[in-house]
Write a protein that binds this ligand. Sequence first.
Ligand SMILES: [Zn+2]
Length: 719
Amino acid sequence: MWNLIRRVAANFRLEARGYHAAPRSGVSTGLYGFHHLRTAGGFQRFVDEAIERSTELVAFISTMPSAADVVRAMDEISDTVCSVVDSAELCRHTHPDREYVEEANKASLRINEYLHYLNTDHSLYDAVKKAEREGNSLTEEAQRAAHNLRVDFEKGGIHLCEEKLDRVNQLNIEIAQLCRQFGENIINDPGYVDVFPTSRIPKQLRHLCKPIYQSSSRESTALSKSGYHMKERGFRISTEPSALSSVLQCTADEEVRRMAYIKGNSVPHGNLHVLDRLIAARHELARITGYRTYADFVVKQNMASSPKVVASFLLEMSEIVKDKADEEFEAIWRVKREKCSPTAHLEPWDEAYYTALMKSSAFNLDSSVVASYFPLPQCIEGLKILVKSLFGAKCCNIPMAPGESWHPDVLKMSLHHPEEGDLGILYLDLYSREGKYPGCAHFAIKGGRRISDNEYQLPVVALVCNFSGSPNSSIARLNHWEVETLFHEFGHALHSLLSRTDYQHFSGTRVVLDLAETPSNLFEYYACDFRVLKTFAKHYSTGEMIPEKLVESMQAARKMFAATELQRQIFYASIDQTLFGEEAASPRDTSLVVADLKRQFTSWKHVEGTHWQARFSHLLNYGAGYYSYLYAKCFAATIWKKVCQDDPLSSATGTALRTNFLRHGGAKEASVLLNDLVGGGILKKRDGGIVPDIASLCEEMNVVCDVKLTEGKRSRIFL
Ligand SMILES: [Zn+2]
């Protein structure tokens, strides 16, 4: 169901009726510029109109117009439906008004029902098949759209007999419910540990704790003269993921770390059963629709093209980083032995604590000093400077029309090019607040799309982050990791805003999954380069530019345990591939799979009884696609090295990025885009699929990339 709306795309008249991208100031519009959304109740009318318009288009397609008209009309159906789905999605995650959230939920349910109806409409499917057959009369982009649409229809089971199609529909509903339940369980059962006495918890973590009391162990002898029992004061710490990582990083008391690690990696227990059912349902869905496994179902349309290619890539990476990761493990262990005892073992709950300790002692880095150079408004200036120097475009703050915003903190910007005019609209909702989506993400509100020869529907996107103000200031100062996150999300936004595809279907980030994270990973490099940082990173009180030495230390600290981090990503990707791959055919204990893979891919122990996968929510939306992050890391390393590194802010660099890559969204083959941008040496063909060339990443991490050795080992394992 989801596939089709991501894939189908286009509209022409809707925005004239419903959307004002550039409202005149003072004129009331609605949320995100959709005038239906002047009130929460307007979501209903928004859905009604989307359905009305789509129904007209379905009727038009059933008259069997030309192939080009079919593709254009399908794209408009998708655009119409996506406008509702995407704005409801953003609203559900960020709107502070419950009424808006509830109406967005209702709109989401209704539009999804309608989507189901579209996905099983044979007249649309027949028209798309015909358009694909008559591909010669179409542009390359339209041919790709027709092909993708046909494949997506078939992934929804439209080509199957009625009985099987019914089963596919049931499974899709079940999968959606299981995913929702998995996420809800994580929120509802974060776990906690009780620690006595309070002195065992470092001061900087106490805002995460709730005070608790217990009768003192010396109770019998400690009756005071007045007859009161002595009560010992302690702390209850939540083990939700971000609190857990703070505890593991900052707590010197090993027993506290051990308790928190075990608890945090054992909740929510209920998700083990949810995950088993999800794996079984996805496997059955894949089999009915003609794929061997769910991993095949997901990977087939990607660059990798088969799970076998993904597996060989993961194994290749794993062999290359192993020695370096082992060295890092030994170094951490050595420090633990020095600090504790010569016979101390290195445990999984030690990693975050000792690596943080080693980084700060090696580079004398104080995170609050680093953060003093990154007040959030300065970082936003940095993004503007980046866009100006790379693309010659200006990001201008523009006022919201009444009713357009959802919170006073939200900023609106237009991206404007002196010759090309407006390129798109960007909302920034960057501060944390209660009830808001807790992570950082890029939300598309409208995709770009050619309406006529001289009219283009501008993309509209929102960046949502969760930065918090420091205790003494309402202005957030970001730590370096947060600056990287901001640049990462901005990379997604640029992909959307700079693409100029004919169809919304291919707008910006609507590319194959294993290319989608490449621009965002590339822009993380900009957040680490002194030449970029010196343009905006200035001390919040003195205005002094960030010292080059400090940036060097930040870069070195970032690389210090890079092999361990990479090994972890390889391990995660392997879990994802294995659980949704062949293993799914014969159900087995997911905890045993995770334990086996941990031994195979990392230097670290598995702790019996823990089941970390119960919180690995990437298994839901990135199911069998998590490896895409590693693909992106490799591609971004090569692009940075070969296209950007010499002169990262030059307009020549920006022009190359834009004209060869970003402007095409998903309208061209991903491998063609990468080769056009870099001119070779970025990817390799393997077993009918594509894997990234890992040489640039290896060089950056100082690991030796002995291709001959790995090729030999790989063929032994995979032949
Ligand atoms: Zn991303």
